[in-house]
Design a protein around this ligand. Structure first.
Ligand code: ADP
Ligand code: MG
Length: 224
């Protein structure tokens, strides 16, 4: 329905690269803040603290340098790819994690192949993040049902889980960078998905009910 619709527009603010950088520099920044707070409360400067602070600054410097280099090298290749085989690869990658959590990933009579014009690695990332969230939403043995189909002009990928689900308030926040309800979550998974899908001129929306589960619906323009 309309209010459950989440547009990919929300996620135009940051790119994937900015997202990873922000996440990676969080720890050294937290540590730096701690030392600054300590200094301002004790009004003293400890040489060994300064040394740690310097190395934290070096770390931030290094990380951002690496990320920038990565961004430059990581060229994007838009090619005709089969969405079904990308999905099976992701499925393979997540089998271990799914098994450990007693989660079954099942495919509903998918047609094959479903060609889309895309960067394979980016689409892999999208499927990976969505299925990871589905696995993490499970409290006990769960089922993730994946349906891939071609409509008249679109390739539709539906990822359905029977996990904890979400109320409307949470649904509205999906895709906001750093929004996470998990203890160790980054809140970047969906932000990255939104930005990639937008880049592919696709759409994503979620439907969910608390205690019943969540469905993510991704649509890409179908290739000829
Ligand atoms: P993270 O997984 O690091 O928390 P994400 O951007 O992937 O960050 O997801 C953001 C939040 O959206 C999650 O913390 C969770 O609250 C909610 N969420 C995403 N997918 C699901 C899902 N399948 N079921 C329930 N909640 C979900
Ligand atoms: Mg996630």
């Amino acid at each position: 329905s309309e209010e459950l619709m989440i547009t990919t527009e929300k996620m135009s603010i940051i790119g994937e690269l900015a997202a990873s950088v922000a996440h990676e520099i969080r720890n050294p920044l937290t540590s730096l803040k701690g030392f600054v707070q300590l200094m301002s409360s004790t009004k003293t400067v400890d040489a060994s603290h300064l040394e740690i602070m310097m190395s934290e600054i070096d770390r931030i410097n290094m990380i951002s340098g690496e990320m920038l280099a990565l961004g430059k090298k990581q060229d994007v290749h838009f090619r005709m790819e089969d969405a079904v085989s990308i999905m099976s690869h992701v499925n393979l990658l997540l089998q271990g994690e799914a098994n450990m959590k007693n989660v079954r990933i099942s495919f509903r009579d998918n047609q094959l192949p479903l060609p889309i014009l895309c960067d394979q690695n980016q689409i892999k990332q999208v499927f990976l993040n969505l299925i990871k969230n589905a696995i993490e939403a499970m409290t006990e043995a769960g089922l993730i049902m994946i349906t891939m189909e071609k409509t008249r002009k679109k390739v539709r990928v539906v990822i359905e889980d029977n996990g904890i689900g979400m109320e409307q308030e949470r649904l509205d926040k999906l895709g906001e960078p750093f929004y996470s309800t998990k203890e160790k979550g980054t809140g970047l998974g969906l932000a990255v998905c939104f930005s990639i899908i937008k880049r592919h001129k696709g759409t994503i929306r979620f439907e969910s009910a608390v205690g019943e589960g969540t469905t993510a619906i991704v649509e890409f323009p179908a290739a000829e």
